[in-house]
Design a protein around this ligand. Sequence first.
Ligand SMILES: Cc1cc2nc3c(=O)[nH]c(=O)nc-3n(C[C@H](O)[C@H](O)[C@H](O)COP(=O)(O)OP(=O)(O)OC[C@H]3O[C@@H](n4cnc5c(N)ncnc54)[C@H](O)[C@@H]3O)c2cc1C
Length: 472
Amino acid sequence: MECLLTSGVGSACLRPGAGVGVSAQGQWRRAFFGSDREVKLRKCWSERRARRFATSASVVEYDVVIVGAGVIGVATAHHILTTTPLSVALVDAREPCAGATGAGQGYIWMTHRKPGTPGWHLAKRSKALWETFAMEVEDSGLNPTEALGWRKTGSLLVASTDEQAKYLQNWAQVLSEAGAATDFLTHLEAVNMEPALATGCLTAAALCHDDLQIDARLTIDTLLQRVRDFESRGRYKELFQSPVQHFIRSSREGRLIGVEIPEGKVFGKSAVVIATGAWSSLLMKTATTEWGMSLVPPMKPRKGHLLVIEGTHDIQLKSGIMECEYLSYNSQSSKSTEATTEPGPSIVMTATLDPNGNLLLGSYREFAGFNIDVQDEVIEKMVERAARFLPGVSNMEGRVRTGLRPYINDGRPMIGPVDDVPGLIFATGHEGSGLCLSLATAEMVTNIIQDVKGPVESAPFLPNGRLSSSTM
Ligand SMILES: Cc1cc2nc3c(=O)[nH]c(=O)nc-3n(C[C@H](O)[C@H](O)[C@H](O)COP(=O)(O)OP(=O)(O)OC[C@H]3O[C@@H](n4cnc5c(N)ncnc54)[C@H](O)[C@@H]3O)c2cc1C
């Protein structure tokens, strides 16, 4: 969901596709946003929708069905098509970027991850794959900055207390020893490097040199253009605006062999991949009721707001910036294993500048069900928080994006097959790291389908033992 945000009063905000009106209050004005490019994309998707079943009497058969065209589903389709001979059908209830992916800020960072953990290894592999992908894009004649919003800026963790400064000094060493070259900076060195930062608030910083960023929407567009090359060879089909309503299992061995959408049946001979982000538990609840067993990921939607301040401002940033407190949020997330101890709402400042000079400000987290309405009070708190570090952001105009991060309480994405239902593969639960982790997730899923051992240990991400699997 994306809305305009200005400092006037009045107007309304519409949720694309849902037609739900939300009255605006307070200082911020919001209005439905739809750029020419988005309108063109929507038209193109509806033309595809009209064409897609024209050649086959409501039944299509591919090797792999991927449910969900967010970054995880699209990256997985891309990896399978470009590295194997398998064919892919990509199904989405709405369209690409309709979920969390469209709201993503785009940082591909190691700076806030704990070295040695499963998440660290997955992120490290994914970051390497992003670098390779950017080179492939360049080799194909495109400029990665234009095609992916690619910027290798490094990231700056900023401390605002003496205790945090001390922590960062040690953290810089820990990251460097783990292979993510990081320098500790005094507050003067940090402000010299980033003059937009407030001198009064900072106590120190840590610069992780090789961190990078992408633009989620541009990247999805580029990935989709590449997978569509396989359509004419009969290896790819996209089925958007098509919610999966039922699963199809073989009667003999109970293997998952396809899905039902309103227009017909889509068969996947080798696998059906669940990449439905925050909606994964909803989908699995509905579907598994029919099977007499429950295979539901312990998933909760975790709402986020992202502020996009258009390029007319005068804030220049060399690197991406993240408040040191994000580290404590991260460890809190992964320690919280009981639903009763889930973290409460939080606002921690993150700031990145995209290649067009737009300033992107995060980061807000809250459990609010599936509600994605823009909240004025959250925006005001986010601006206030960001202004502590970047005083120039007060009184600026821009847009707001909201999205639902797919949160699992053990802090690990769920990637892999399920013993009880052959053919079913999960690729979900990436919370605030799906953009970063998508390429390694796609590689892991492809390896699992092909029964090949991959470069990252998959055991910590397997669903078995993490699903509610009672027989009903
Ligand atoms: C504000 C914000 C900022 C973020 N910033 C970053 C960042 O800087 N870096 C980073 O790495 N991550 C970031 N994230 C997290 C990242 O965006 C998510 O982890 C990632 O987008 C999840 O991708 P996904 O493909 O799993 O889910 P989604 O993008 O939510 O896609 C799921 C798709 O499944 C479809 N679907 C659902 N149900 C069905 C059904 N029944 N049938 C068919 N299709 C269905 C939906 O329509 C949707 O398109 C951010 C998230 C938010 C909200």
